[in-house]
Design a protein around this ligand. Structure first.
Ligand code: DC
Length: 218
């Protein structure tokens, strides 16, 4: 029997990462941060000196890259044997990830890599198209969002906490631009999947969201 899946989709900065990781750990399930796969591809493309708009070359890089993940309390990622965890979270990586993620051929290559994460006793999958495309038969689906100002402010605080210099106005613009690209692309756009529970976390604490999502499965 297929392992159960809980999908969490939504725009950047909605809190999906923290909620998914915590819920996966509470349930003792595996965790897929699909955004980190697109981010790793973006890093591989930039490292290879390939132009982001060269679809064929970007697709070749997606075919050739080897990824390894370790999710303890935080996620660590290795690209072709090199630890890229620190580069994963930057805005440059996020923007480039959103650009390469719009290419249908790239998504087709990465689809299989994502499906392999579905293993017993279960999977929590975080992304944009988890409930709509990658695991449409998931037993539990959540769409987690928050208004753009709240998401930009959370992102800003995260970067400052990590000691990364950040500008709130610039982040707000970047968040809005990335949302627009992820929503408006033709293939697997960000959308509320059929059957998903819609949670707006603008006025909720992260613990409230974790409790609500965990209760769905339990
Ligand atoms: O969730 P994130 O910020 O790490 O994702 C980075 C980019 O990757 C996001 O802007 C769009 C893309 N992405 C995607 O297209 N599909 C997914 N399932 C996850 C991420």
């Amino acid at each position: 029997m297929n392992a159960p899946v809980l999908t969490l989709d939504g725009p950047s900065g909605a809190g999906k990462g923290t909620v998914s990781r915590t819920v996966a750990s509470l349930l003792g399930w595996h965790y897929l941060d699909s955004g980190s796969i697109y981010r790793a591809l973006a890093i591989a493309v930039l490292q290879a000196g390939v132009a982001l708009d060269d679809v064929a070359a970007v697709t070749d890089v997606a075919h050739g890259m080897s990824l390894a993940f370790d999710c303890d309390s935080e996620l660590s990622v290795w690209l072709n044997g090199v630890d890229i965890t620190l580069q994963l979270g930057t805005e440059t990586t996020g923007k480039a990830a959103s650009i390469v993620a719009a290419y249908p051929d790239v998504r087709a290559v990465l689809l299989q890599k994502q499906k392999k994460f579905r293993q017993q006793p279960g999977l929590v999958a975080d992304g944009r198209d988890m409930g709509s495309v990658v695991f449409p038969d998931a037993q539990y689906k959540v769409y987690l969002t928050a208004n753009a100002e709240t998401r930009a402010l959370r992102r800003y605080k995260q970067l400052i906490e990590k000691g990364i210099d950040a500008n709130l106005l610039q982040i707000t613009q970047e968040v809005e631009e990335r949302d627009r690209r992820d929503r408006e692309r033709a293939t697997a756009p960000l959308t509320v999947p059929d059957g998903a529970i819609y949670i707006d976390s603008s006025n909720m604490t992260i613990q409230d969201v974790i409790d609500r999502v965990t209760a769905l499965v339990r």
